[in-house]
Design a protein around this ligand. Structure first.
Ligand code: CA2
Length: 147
């Protein structure tokens, strides 16, 4: 199973700024944990991992993997709350998508309470820090395995 992982804007700063909100793990730490989890899986799990600060690039990465990916894990970061373009890209590829957040967006400012992505996602996992990603990968593997 081929799983595309997308990290949205500013997530390259993880572990380097605002650790009180986003934790001490870097994006490299999270990616390494996902790679280890994929390698340890009894299923044949291939990951491709991207980070981008650009909305159009994220749209292109999603569309460009329509024939490769069986599922997508995405932390759209601030684009969660603004991007109809990323939502439309997800609807168009019609792949199972899990929306991920490090923080619990509902326990934060009101402008973070609405997600344009959730309605087109298979599910949403947030509030568990870096573990949100590993929980999401496990959920996606089980979903694809069951299907
Ligand atoms: O909790 C999450 O994962 C978010 O998607 C993170 C976004 C935020 O806009 C969403 O509301 C919730 C922000 C990502 C910025 O990441 C940083 C990491 C370190 C330092 C500064 C920003």
């Amino acid at each position: 199973m081929n799983i595309l992982v997308i990290h949205g804007p500013n997530l390259h700063l993880l572990g380097k700024r605002q650790p009180e909100i986003y934790g001490h793990q870097t994006l490299e730490d999270i990616n390494a944990a996902l790679d280890r989890q994929a390698a340890a899986s009894p299923h044949d799990v291939m990951l491709k991992i991207f980070q981008s600060n650009h909305e159009g690039e994220i749209v292109s990465v999603i569309g460009g993997h329509i024939n490769w990916a069986d599922g997508v894990l995405i932390n759209p970061a601030a684009y969660t709350h603004t991007s109809i373009a990323i939502r439309d890209a997800i609807s168009t590829v019609a792949l199972p998508v899990i929306e991920i957040h490090l923080s619990n967006i509902y326990a934060r400012e009101a402008f973070r309470h609405h997600s344009y992505i959730s309605a087109v996602a298979l599910g949403v996992i947030g509030g568990f820090g870096a573990q949100s990603y590993t929980l999401a990968l496990e959920a996606m593997i089980q979903h694809l395995q069951a299907g």
